[in-house]
Design a protein around this ligand. Structure first.
Ligand code: NAD
Length: 290
């Protein structure tokens, strides 16, 4: 078993980005700029936002964190987004999810200018990505593809099973792996909560690559996979003892894997790296750079 180390891969991608940014700055351009909106107090979101801001520093980007109280209304938040959409200095905008219950996340996602939508959640980007056009690709799914590329894991012609169909992970990664992309051209099965257990087992036991994003600790067990499988664990679950674990029973499943992502240190790091790639693309689009 070998580790698909998201930390090493992310650091290498961000180092490449920082070199390109240094070149742009040397030629007289401003730095790329990411703005992050954080609403309310949510411990995991604080951690994610901190790591995004830190990664901006490492990439040579400017960043701004705008905090709003839990009590902000949807229309106030939409007004703040409209202001950033109009701000020529912000290349990429993220509204950290989840937002408070009285705000509809879809309304927030739809309000972000698609040209600044570095999370790749806006219907315009999701549609472009699905059609195989140039787009900001949803960051976690894009990060998984970059990780597979970095470790030269063959994807073309492989049988992939994605478990979980969220709009932010399961659905986009199933589309990206099956599309005619550089990291793609696989045959993909998308399983979800209504997939009968026997069918799920049939599929996972023949899968070459499994991507699991269900949010249930230890969901993928040893008996569900074949020898040599490539296992991508997207889950981030905090146990009562404070330990952070994925959706895979790592100790037992890893013995059968050719490659596996650790949690933490796997897909989470790659999500942030993909955001940096998307921000650089937004910046390059703004300045008509190749
Ligand atoms: P979600 O929480 O919105 O939905 C869970 C999905 O799992 C649903 O599509 C559901 O159909 C499926 N599911 C639930 N039980 C199932 C079962 N028994 N069999 C098959 N499918 C089942 O999904 P999400 O937002 O993608 O989050 C999933 C996990 O990934 C969470 O732990 C989350 O914290 C984590 N996550 C990690 C990153 C990262 O960067 N590493 C990014 C996003 C989400």
């Amino acid at each position: 078993m070998k580790l698909l180390d998201g930390k090493i891969c992310a650091e290498s991608l961000v180092a490449d980005i920082s070199k390109r940014v240094a070149g742009y700055v040397e030629s007289g351009l401003r730095k790329p700029h990411m703005t992050v909106i954080l609403v309310g107090e949510h411990a995991p979101s604080e951690t994610y936002v901190k790591s995004k801001i830190k990664s901006c520093e490492n990439a040579g980007f400017d960043s701004a964190l705008l905090r709003f109280p839990e009590s902000i209304t949807e229309s106030e938040l939409l007004a703040a987004i409209a202001e950033i959409n109009a701000d020529p200095v912000t290349d990429g905008l993220i509204v950290q999810l989840p937002v408070p219950k009285h705000i509809k996340p879809q309304n927030i996602i739809n309000a972000i200018d698609p040209e600044k939508d570095i999370d790749g959640f806006h219907p315009t980007n999701f549609g472009r990505m699905t059609l195989g056009q140039k787009a900001f690709r949803p960051a976690t799914a894009y990060g998984i593809c970059k990780l597979l590329q970095y470790y030269e894991i063959p994807v073309k012609g492989k049988h992939c099973v994605v478990i979980g169909r969220s709009n932010i992970v399961g659905k986009p990664i199933s589309i990206m792996l099956s599309n005619d992309f550089d990291i793609g051209n696989a045959t993909v099965t998308l399983a979800h909560i209504e997939t009968p257990r026997a069918l799920l087992l049939d599929e996972t036991r023949r899968a070459d690559i499994i991507v699991v994003a269900v949010g249930i600790p230890g969901f993928v067990t040893e008996d569900m996979v074949k020898d040599g499988v490539v296992m991508i664990d997207v889950g981030i679950n905090r146990l009562e003892n404070g330990k952070l674990v994925g959706d895979v029973d790592f100790e037992n499943v890893s013995r059968k894997c050719s490659w596996i992502t650790p949690v933490p240190g796997g897909v989470g790091k790659m999500t942030v790296a993909a955001l940096m790639i998307n921000t650089l693309m937004a910046y390059q689009n703004n300045f008509d750079l190749a």
